[in-house]
Design a protein around this ligand. Structure first.
Ligand SMILES: NC(=O)c1ccc[n+]([C@@H]2O[C@H](COP(=O)([O-])OP(=O)(O)OC[C@H]3O[C@@H](n4cnc5c(N)ncnc54)[C@H](OP(=O)(O)O)[C@@H]3O)[C@@H](O)[C@H]2O)c1
Length: 246
C-alpha cells in the first residue's frame, strides 16, 4: 500500500470532520462522505486551504444497494481506497419499551448494516487486487457499559465490536487489518447543549475526571489505526474514554 486514500463516512460533522482534517494534515487523501453536501464543501475548502487533499462524496450509508456505485465514484476521484473509517452513526434516545420497529431499524441500519456492507464491498476489491487495506470501525464505550435509554445503540456498538473481530479473522491472511476505536463521551456540536445542561453536567460529574473529551483527543489513535505500516494490530477494540467506563 503506497497510496494513502481514506474514505471517512459521517464526515460532515463531529468526529468524522475531525478525522478528515487530521488525516489530511498527515498526508492522506481524504474522501469525505456524508449526505449534507454544503458541510462537505466547507470541509473540502478548509482542507484545501491548509494544503491537504480532499474529495467530497455525497453518500447515504443506509443505502447499501448503491455502495458499489459510491465506491466507484470515490476511486475515480482519488484512486484506490486503502483505508475505510466506518464513522457515520446515530442514536434514538428512548427507553427500550418506547422504541418502535422504525427506530430500531434506523439505528441498526446506520450503525451496523451500513458498515457491514461497506466493509465487505471494499474488502472484495482489496482481495481481488491483492493489496490489503485498513478498516477502522467507530464503536463506543456503550458497547460494554449499559446506559438507560441507549439499549439499541449500545447493542449496535457491541455488534460492531464483534464484527471487528469476525472480519479481522476472516481477512487475516488477505493483508486486511480491522480494528475499532470506541470513544467515551466526546463533545461535538450535537451533544454540546446537553453537556452544558444540568442533566449533562450531572453525568459529567460522575466521570472519574469530571470532563468529556474533545474530538482532537482521538487524533493520535486514528492515525495509528489507519497507518498502513501498522501491520501487527487487528481485531482489537481500543476503548479511548478517559476512564469514563471505570
Ligand atoms: N460524540 C460522542 O461522544 C461519541 C462517543 C462514542 C462514539 N461515537 C460515535 O462516533 C460516530 C460519530 O459521532 P458524532 O458524535 O460525530 O455524531 P454526529 O456529529 O451526529 O455525526 C454523525 C455523522 O453521521 C452522518 N450520517 C448520519 N446519517 C447518515 C447516513 N444515513 N448516511 C451517511 N452519513 C450519515 C452525519 O452526516 P449527514 O447528516 O450529513 O449525512 C454526520 O456527519 C458515531 O458512530 C457515534 O456513535 C460518538
Amino acid at each position: 500500500m503506497s497510496a494513502k486514500n481514506v474514505l471517512v463516512t459521517g464526515a460532515s460533522s463531529g468526529l468524522g470532520d475531525q478525522f478528515c482534517r487530521t488525516l489530511a494534515a498527515n498526508g492522506y487523501t481524504v474522501i469525505a462522505a456524508a449526505r449534507r453536501k454544503d458541510r462537505l464543501e466547507s470541509l473540502y475548502n478548509d482542507i484545501s486551504e491548509a494544503g491537504g487533499v480532499a474529495h467530497p462524496l455525497a453518500m447515504d450509508v443506509s443505502d447499501v444497494e448503491n455502495f458499489a456505485i459510491a465506491l466507484d465514484e470515490a476511486e475515480a476521484m482519488a484512486g484506490p481506497i486503502t483505508c475505510l473509517i466506518n464513522n457515520a452513526g446515530t442514536s434514538v434516545s428512548k427507553f427500550a419499551t418506547d422504541m418502535t420497529p422504525e427506530d430500531f431499524d434506523a439505528v441498526m441500519g446506520l450503525n451496523l448494516r451500513g458498515p457491514y456492507f461497506l466493509s465487505t464491498e471494499l474488502a472484495r476489491r482489496w482481495i481481488a487486487r491483492d493489496t490489503g487495506g485498513r478498516i477502522v470501525n467507530i464503536g463506543s464505550l456503550s458497547d460494554s457499559r449499559a446506559m438507560p435509554g441507549h439499549t439499541v445503540y449500545g447493542t449496535s456498538k457491541a455488534a460492531i465490536a464483534r464484527l471487528t473481530q469476525q472480519m479481522a479473522r476472516e481477512w487475516i491472511n488477505k493483508g486486511i487489518n480491522v480494528n475499532a476505536l470506541a470513544p467515551g463521551y466526546i463533545r461535538t456540536e450535537l451533544n454540546a447543549p446537553y453537556f452544558d445542561s444540568p442533566n449533562g453536567q450531572a453525568v459529567i460529574a460522575q466521570f472519574p475526571r469530571r470532563r468529556v473529551g474533545e474530538p482532537a483527543d482521538l487524533d493520535k489513535a486514528i492515525l495509528y489505526l489507519c497507518d498502513p505500516d501498522q501491520r501487527f494490530l487487528t481485531g482489537q477494540v481500543l476503548h479511548l474514554d478517559d476512564g469514563q467506563g471505570l
